[in-house]
Structures are given as C-alpha cells and as structure tokens.
Design a protein around this ligand. Structure first.
Ligand SMILES: Nc1ncnc2c1ncn2[C@@H]1O[C@H](COP(=O)(O)OP(=O)(O)OP(=O)(O)O)[C@@H](O)[C@H]1O
Ligand SMILES: [Mg+2]
Length: 340
C-alpha cells in the first residue's frame, strides 16, 4: 500500500499531460486579514519564509494553517523545490513510517527500493499535518531524523543525508497534547523554532467582513452570479456568529448564500443560513443592565408566552414542551400575567 500511495503521489508531483490537476499553490497574497493578531501571524510567517528553520503551527480547525504553511514555502527561499504534505492522522503507524522514510528491498516481504517523502522533498518542505496523531514511537524516530539530518529507509542500512524543512501543525492546544501524552515534548521543542499561533476567527472579528467580501468575489464567477454587496443586516448576522469552524465555515456560509441567491445583486440576511443552535446564547447586553435576575425572568416570560401561543394555551402540551410540571406552568402564568 505504501508503494501505491507513493506512486500516486509521484504522478501528482510530476504531472505530464495533467498539469492542470496540480494542487493549488497558496501564497501570502492569498491570505486575507487585517486584524492586529492576524497581522502578527503574517509577520512571523513572512520571517519564516526567509529561513529554513522548522515551524510549528497551532490553530483550531479551519483557521488557515495549510494556507500559511504553503505561503511560507511558495514565497520562501525553497519555492523552487518540492512542497509535500502528509496528514499524520490518515495512516496506521507502519504505513506512515514507510511513506515518510521509504523502504529498502528485502527489508520485509515484498519490500522494494523506494524513496519516502523525506527523500522526495529533499531541498524543499515537508508539511506534517496533525503531528499529534503520529504514533508516539514514530515521533521518537522523527526526532532522531531531525537531529541527525539523515534518514534510513525502512529495512535499509544506508544513511541518506537529507535537507528538508519541516512545518508541523496541530489543531488542539499544544500544552494539553503534551500533558495527554499525544505529542512528545522533545519533538515539540525541536520543531517549534518558529512557533505560530493562528487565532480563531471569533478573536479577530475585524477580518469577518473582508473575508466574506473576498469569498463573494471568489464564488460569484463560479456560480455565475452577480452579487455586488452585503446588506447591513447580512453584515450584522455575519458579525454576531462565533464560527466554531472558523474561516472554512465562513466560506461555506458564503458559498451556500451565493448558491441560493436568484438574480439579486445584494446578499441579505435571509440568504445567510447560520445554524444558530450551534451558536452561543446571544445575550442582549442592553437588557442585562436590568440585572441578571430580571433579565432571566424576562427571557423566561418570553419563552413561555411563545410556547403558549404555539399550543393555543393548551396547558398540558405547553408544559410538556417546556419540560416543566403543569402546576409550575400555571404558577408562572399567574406570576407573569400571561392569561389568554
Ligand atoms: N486568511 C485567509 N484568507 C483567505 N482564505 C482563508 C484564510 N484562512 C483560511 N482561509 C480559507 O479557509 C479554508 C481552510 O483553511 P486551511 O485548510 O488552511 O485550514 P486549516 O487550519 O489547515 O484547517 P484544518 O485544521 O481543518 O486542516 C481555506 O481553503 C481557505 O479557503
Ligand atoms: Mg489543514
């Protein structure tokens, strides 16, 4: 299986007639964002591009880790050398090991001489995605390789010198990963020569609308639409969401909006299908000035009123829906003066 995977990768890397199948290359010019904390990330990443030091990127899912890793390579000193990526969560241990380090004939039954990703990426960059999913023992082997600058193919006896820049990513906080024994501390310290923490989108709200506009531009053509702008309410809706899926989720929301829009030119809040159940409770801070107790009472009153209306003041059904006793409901109706 490792042979097949390496063969297929080679075809992608060295396309003959299939040049257009080449993976899209991202550069810094593709990265959108003007918030101070995202600018700080870009600053470090640009510096990283000018060196060969290894980079450790932490960020929640969808924050743009892959884009940043690619930008560091394709705008960096190694841009004319290969960029290869491997997701460490995708493969079982022995397979991952042969993919990374290659195999030597006779090493095990059926093994052939084949270069692994380290050799193929020589002179260039190897992105190790979700490195915390790499089995612990293999993390130890990787550390040795990084310290000694040579690899040995699985089953082989020759030391092969390599010059590969490593970029590793994790999407959970590093400290927790180390504590849980998912990431070797020594490996982490070896790789995080340049550490980059990508902030989640909810911590850089200034970027939401410029990203949204960029995605409208990007997908307008694709869907053959002609959207000029976002309505004020659409902006408000986009700004008030907390994006657990980060930039990728924002892009999906915009794509969905564009795909349902007719021949209108303004993208409004009704096109934006945000799953509010996923969102945190939206607190109206103006109302909270009454104090939390009064605020909660008002909220409860509102919920009960709506439920009673929905069930046409049928007490049994309303109480069932609210998951409270009939008596309790009757008591609250009296308290809030909600009689029909
Ligand atoms: N700063 C940005 N500017 C423009 N587009 C972005 C930016 N950040 C992320 N994106 C968009 O979000 C998508 C997800 O980004 P990316 O694949 O780099 O995330 P990731 O951090 O690697 O996520 P995962 O942890 O799930 O692998 C990209 O395809 C891109 O379209
Ligand atoms: Mg990724």
């Amino acid at each position: 299986m490792s042979n097949t995977i390496l063969e297929l990768r080679k075809e992608i890397k060295e396309p003959n007639e299939v040049k257009e199948l080449k993976i899209k290359k991202y550069r810094f010019s593709n990265l959108v964002g003007k918030s101070p904390n995202f600018k700080a990330v870009l600053n470090i990443a640009r510096k990283a591009a000018n060196s060969s030091a290894s980079v450790f990127i932490y960020g929640e899912t969808g924050t743009g880790k892959e884009l940043i890793a690619q930008s560091i390579h394709f705008d960096g000193t190694r841009q004319n050398k290969p960029f290869l990526a491997q997701n460490c969560a995708a493969l079982p241990e022995t397979l991952l090991e042969s993919i990374l380090f290659g195999t030597a004939k006779g090493g095990f039954t059926g093994a052939v001489d084949r270069a692994g990703l380290f050799e193929q990426a020589n002179g260039g960059t190897l992105l190790l995605d979700e490195i915390n999913s790499m089995p612990y023992e293999l993390q130890g082997k990787l550390l040795r390789v990084l310290q000694e600058d040579y690899i040995r193919r699985v089953g082989g006896s020759k030391d092969i010198p390599i010059d590969v820049r490593i970029i590793a990513t994790v999407n959970e906080p590093t400290e927790a990963l180390i504590k849980q024994g998912k990431l070797r501390k020594d490996l982490y310290y070896r790789i995080k020569i340049i550490p980059i923490d990508v902030p989640p989108l909810r911590e850089r709200r200034e970027d939401i609308l410029i990203l949204a506009e960029q995605f409208i531009d990007k997908h307008n053509k694709r869907y053959n639409k002609n959207i000029w702008m976002l309505s004020d309410k659409a902006k408000e809706k986009l700004l008030s969401y907390n994006y657990p899926g980060n930039v990728r989720e924002l892009e999906n929301i915009i794509m969905a909006a564009i795909s349902i829009i007719d021949d209108e030119n303004v993208l409004t809040d009704k096109h934006i299908l945000i799953d509010d159940a996923n969102n945190t409770v939206k607190i109206d801070y103006e109302f909270l000035e009454l104090g939390v107790e009064k605020y909660l009472e008002n909220l409860e009153k509102e919920i009960i009123k709506n439920t009673l209306n929905t069930y046409q003041y049928n007490i049994t059904k309303s109480a069932e829906h609210l998951k409270i006793k009939r008596q309790t409901l009757q008591h609250k109706i009296k308290k809030y003066n909600l009689h029909s």
